[in-house]
Design a protein around this ligand. Structure first.
Ligand SMILES: O=C(O)C1=C[C@@H](OP(=O)(O)O)[C@@H](O)[C@H](O)C1
Ligand SMILES: C=C(OP(=O)(O)O)C(=O)O
Length: 458
């Protein structure tokens, strides 16, 4: 676990509210999906005509993506409705309701700040290879440690010039020539599905398209690859994928133009997790409106995972309503397809009445932080009994006590800490603002769900 904590003075502690008011009963409107927003931005920037992204997520990861594309020449305009304009005049904060994306001939020189966004650091080097000029990529210290070799090596095979000081990681410079040959490439994407998504997203614009052959033993987050394939097809690309009867572990994108589209972004179902979990933990009820009937988002798996842990759900015109039973059972589950849900599931499992084993998530050691090590340290710091296995966690519930829950600049650690705080008095979450990576409104949404501002709670 890389400890990037800043000093206590810089990272205030957030007293996590307990569910002192009893079971939660709330409707929580969750902002747009990070994964859909950032794919939508990339595809729109590579299209042959302008497009729209409605209800985009506005968070650190997506604003970094938008800014990066702007530095390469893409125009991204915010539109605001007249109702929001009136609110602005009256002093209320305004967020853009839609982004109009106007593509252009991409160009350097430019510098891209990837922050610690996997989607930005992996999806954009192939875009940069299509630009004319040098595009430098830099980011947070942790971003230097996250795997990028799959993208860098692949781009070289496909004809790009990439300078990375031999590290196979950030910082790096892509020297684009305005086009890329493309063709067939073998990669090992066992450390991140985003390597595959990155090459496919830009692949239609390579002269020969792209054929990506994954050679590693395992492949995480396959629904996210499916999301890439579906969004590419919706933008007019011809894509062959394994799940449609193609060769296993091989994807092909035919060269061709992408269409400008009008995309409405689904709510981020992984960010719905803490709210649904609150229903489970307190034996209450939470409704998330606009839950899609069909989706490639991994968060959709929460319906079944949390039901297996003791709740039940209804999906109807109101959205997804999840109801806790007052009892939480442990679970033995393979999370390889839905790895980003692990911290939240681990937090619920620590409050269950039996042991849990979370499997298939070794690659989480290279996420925002080493999530397995961080969860062991922080849950055990509150009196828990969590151990690391080769590919995940074993969680034996024990009575927990209050204390500081460190978050290592990891948004999902922060929401996991908030969840524990619902059931355990005196939990203080360090740097709750780190939720801004994908959910800037988290503290307000959380307090709104509980019905009372924290300061006013008993
Ligand atoms: O493509 C995407 O949008 C994502 C893919 C997954 O990455 P990994 O395959 O690296 O886990 C996921 O964890 C991440 O939050 C988002
Ligand atoms: C792993 C995650 O993000 P990233 O896109 O930075 O990989 C995440 O959001 O849980």
């Amino acid at each position: 676990m890389t400890d990037q904590r800043t000093t206590a003075a810089e990272t205030p502690l957030w007293p996590a509210p307990t569910a002192a008011g009893g079971p939660v009963d709330a409707t929580v409107t969750v902002p747009g999906s990070k994964s859909v927003t950032n794919r939508g931005l990339v595809l729109a920037a590579l299209s042959s005509e302008p497009g729209w992204l409605r209800r985009p997520l506005r968070s650190r990861d997506t604003l970094l993506m938008a800014e990066a594309l702007r530095t390469m020449g893409v125009q991204i305009e915010e539109t605001v409705s007249s109702a929001s304009r009136t609110a602005a005049v009256e002093g209320a904060p305004v967020s853009g309701e839609a982004w109009r994306v106007i593509p252009t001939t991409l160009h350097g020189p430019a510098t891209v700040d990837v922050g610690n966004a996997g989607t930005v650091m992996r999806f954009l080097p192939p875009v940069a290879a299509l630009a004319d000029g040098a595009i430098r990529f830099d980011g947070d210290p942790r971003a230097y440690e996250r795997p990028l070799h799959g993208v860098i090596d692949a781009l070289r095979t496909l004809g790009a010039r990439v300078e990375d000081a031999g590290r196979g990681a950030l910082p790096l410079t892509v020297h684009g020539g305005g086009s890329l040959t493309g063709g067939t490439v073998e990669i090992d994407a066992s450390s991140s599905s985003q390597f595959v998504s990155a090459l496919l997203l830009s692949g239609a614009r390579f002269n020969q398209g792209v054929e990506v052959r994954h050679t590693g033993r395992t492949l995480p987050s396959t629904p996210h690859i499916r999301m890439t394939v579906d969004m590419l097809r919706a933008a007019g690309a011809q894509v062959d994928a394994p799940e449609d009867g193609g060769e296993p572990n091989v994807w092909r994108v035919t060269p061709g133009a992408l269409l400008g589209r009008d995309v409405t972004v689904e709510p981020d179902l992984s960010n719905a997790q803490p709210f649904l979990a609150a229903a489970l933990v307190t034996g209450g009820r939470v409704t998330v409106p606009d839950w899609p009937a069909r989706t490639t988002q991994p968060g959709d798996a929460l319906r079944d995972i949390f039901s297996a842990m003791g709740g039940s759900y209804e999906l109807d015109e109101r959205g997804l309503t999840f109801t806790g039973s007052g009892r939480i059972s442990g679970i033995d589950v393979d999370l390889s397809d839905v790895g980003e849900l692990t911290p939240g599931i681990a937090a619920v499992a620590a409050l269950a009445d039996s042991e849990s084993v979370l499997r298939g998530v070794a690659h989480l050691r290279l996420h925002e932080t080493d999530r397995l090590a961080a969860l062991v340290k922080e849950v055990n710091g509150l009196g828990g009994d969590v151990t690391e296995t080769d590919d995940g966690l074993r969680i034996r519930p024990r009575p927990l006590h209050g204390g500081v829950f460190h978050t290592y600049d990891d948004h999902r650690l922060a929401t996991a800490g908030a969840l524990l705080g619902l059931a355990v008095e005196g939990v203080q979450v360090e740097n709750i603002a780190t939720t801004g990576k994908t959910l800037p409104d988290f503290p307000a949404l959380w307090e709104g769900m509980l019905g009372t501002p924290v300061g006013e709670r008993a």
